[in-house]
Design a protein around this ligand. Structure first.
Ligand SMILES: Cc1cc2nc3c(=O)[nH]c(=O)nc-3n(C[C@H](O)[C@H](O)[C@H](O)COP(=O)(O)O)c2cc1C
Length: 338
């Protein structure tokens, strides 16, 4: 396959932030599978500044992430509060960058003036980024945004310029409007406008479910990399496959059911390790015991690993009955023996 990429600058292949999904366990899996960087799920700047007991756990890491480059994503809309939160995050010493969420379209977020609401207030967006850049130095500040609020208000180039002028080091642009939420066509042409408007690197995001999707998006946008969200769910091998395609190598066939089972088992073990670490470091945080929390978390992932395979339905039944990690592991290896 022909690569669109100058050989001296391989494109970055990043894991996108997915709230309640891209926790430390899933990030460790993605890094092992070849992701170059990742972003935490979004964290409330207000919660962090106020010391909310449920916010700090979102900024923990586990050793299995191997200190790979991770950005902490903040949401908010008050420059002073975002600056204070960025200062706190920088002081943790765990992150390679601090990212501002300027794209989340969820009603409760937008109604508060956060996330996608910042796209309708570019001057405020610029002040937020500039305040974070000052407070986070020397850590770079990055921004994740979209191509505008709705198709009548395309704003990719303007938003990119505002962020770059305010000192952002990198942008990730999801090629959908906020009005589309997470469905519908990705407009690569609009992402390309953001790429052309600024000198900082831009990652293209949206709708990458295969190596050929990634190559097509890179070709259509000229972006410095791609960011993969849902395409990595239950399929972390997508990172290595994209990289193979970029270097012109053969793309491996999809893993066998037994390989998927062993990956899923590792994910579950990591989820347990993650919740044990959280309990140890944040005994006051709300939530069930580590074992129950790991099983509940893993329910978001397990069917993605076995989607479309014979046995997935019986595993679903076993999953409903399993109360602990050991039972769940047994059900996986019974259904998909190695
Ligand atoms: C369940 C879910 C949670 C998400 N959480 C976040 C988030 O916390 N921060 C963020 O910037 N984007 C979030 N997004 C958006 C994704 O990062 C990404 O931009 C979007 O899913 C499009 O990429 P994809 O088509 O590769 O999934 C979320 C999307 C989904 C589906």
């Amino acid at each position: 396959m022909e690569s669109p990429i100058p050989p001296d600058r391989p494109p970055r292949v990043a894991l996108a932030p997915l709230a309640e999904v891209t926790d430390a366990a899933f990030r460790a899996i993605a890094f092992d599978a070849g992701a170059d960087s990742a972003t935490t799920e979004m964290v409330s700047a207000a919660g962090l500044v106020r010391g909310s007991r449920n916010t700090a756990p979102l900024l923990e890491r586990i050793p299995e992430e191997r200190d790979r480059p991770l950005a902490a994503q903040l949401y908010g809309h008050d420059p002073a509060e975002l600056a204070e939160a960025a200062h706190i995050v920088a002081g943790l010493g765990r992150f390679a960058a601090i990212d501002l969420n300027a794209g989340c379209p969820m009603r409760r977020i937008v109604a508060n003036g956060d996330g996608a609401a910042l796209m309708r207030a570019p001057a405020l967006l610029g002040r937020c980024v500039a305040a974070m850049v000052r407070a986070a130095a020397p850590l770079p500040v990055t921004v994740k945004t979209r191509i505008g609020s709705d198709p009548d208000h395309p704003a990719a180039a303007e938003l990119a310029r505002v962020c770059a002028d305010a000192g952002a080091s990198l942008l990730a642009v999801h090629g959908r409007y906020a009005s589309q939420m997470h469905a519908g066509a990705v407009d690569a042409g609009r992402i390309a406008e953001a790429v052309a408007a600024v000198r900082i690197p831009v990652l293209a995001n949206g709708g990458v479910f295969s190596a050929s999707d990634a190559l097509a998006l890179l070709r259509a946008t000229g972006a410095a990399g791609v960011m993969v969200g849902r395409g990595a769910l239950g399929a972390p091998w997508i990172f290595a496959r994209i990289k193979a395609a970029l270097s012109g190598a053969e793309v491996d066939p999809p893993p066998s059911p037994a390989e998927r089972a062993s990956l899923a088992a590792r994910h579950l073990a990591l989820a347990l390790a993650w919740h044990r670490l959280l309990r140890e470091r944040h005994p006051d945080a709300a939530g069930p015991d580590p074992e129950t929390a790991a099983v509940l978390d893993f329910r978001r992932h397990i069917f993605h690993y076995f989607r479309g395979l014979r046995g997935a339905a019986s595993l679903r039944r076993a999953m409903g009955e399993a109360s602990g990690v050991a039972e769940l592991l047994a059900a996986i290896s019974r259904t998909f023996p190695s």
